[in-house]
Design a protein. Sequence first.
Length: 294
Amino acid sequence: MSSLLPIADADNSPQQHCGFVVRQTACRSILNRSALGGYSLNCYTGCTHGCVYCYARFMQRFHPHEEPWGAFVDVKINALEVLKRQLRRAEPGEVFISSACDGWQPIECQYQLTRRCCQLLLEHGFSLFVLTKSKLVLRDLDVFCHGAAASVTVGVTVTTPDEGLRALWEPRADTVADRLSVLAAARDAKLRTSIMFGPLLPGLSDDCRSLELLMQQARQLDVDKIWVDALNPRPRVWPSVSQLLRRRFPQLLEQYRRILFDARVRSQYLAELRQRVEDVARRQEVADRVSICF
């Protein structure tokens, strides 16, 4: 693993790593207050999973790159030393890992920044809410289990139960089966678990059959908490989504445009989707675990 560098010595010259552009950068803070409550922590800017709908694309407004989203990652090489400094004053609370990248994307194998930050946070009495699409998180079960009881919730995101659709929309993320195996292993390790179903894809994974499969999986895995979200018109998302639709689902292009940008259509769509989610959750007997995020 690369040694941690002081801020002045961070090397931000681009390097190729498995076909992606990687830069070592320096941060001045790593533990930040989250709009969702508590804190967030992101050891990387950018994510090589390349998810078509990724909301974190908005980061390019603040950190411009020549490379398209999904083709670069900036490594906050001094993350651990910055976190140590911040923990001298930070009040313990829940930390969302990660809100603007996947903390367990492939580059984490080399740098192990997310692992080491998680370990440090738990040592200082913080709790962790983990959300990932990577089975690499299983590497860190030893760290999670070392913390106090109920101090870690391990969660995965699943957008669709269909592996073919998954490969189109999340081309370099781990398979649906791998993500579900993460939940099973976390449950076996006596950790709390959660699953995010979202963003549900209009006309592709928001129908009753797809929802039944998703909720059934959550019930079989005895997941503690189920979150459900709809596709949102976040900055820089539509160009990516519309490009895929034109290429693979041209018949859905106008439907997506109206759902995202026509206020009346969107309101009606979300109301109908909410009703479907609630109905399926009741049938699968998991309604008390479901939180709808739209």
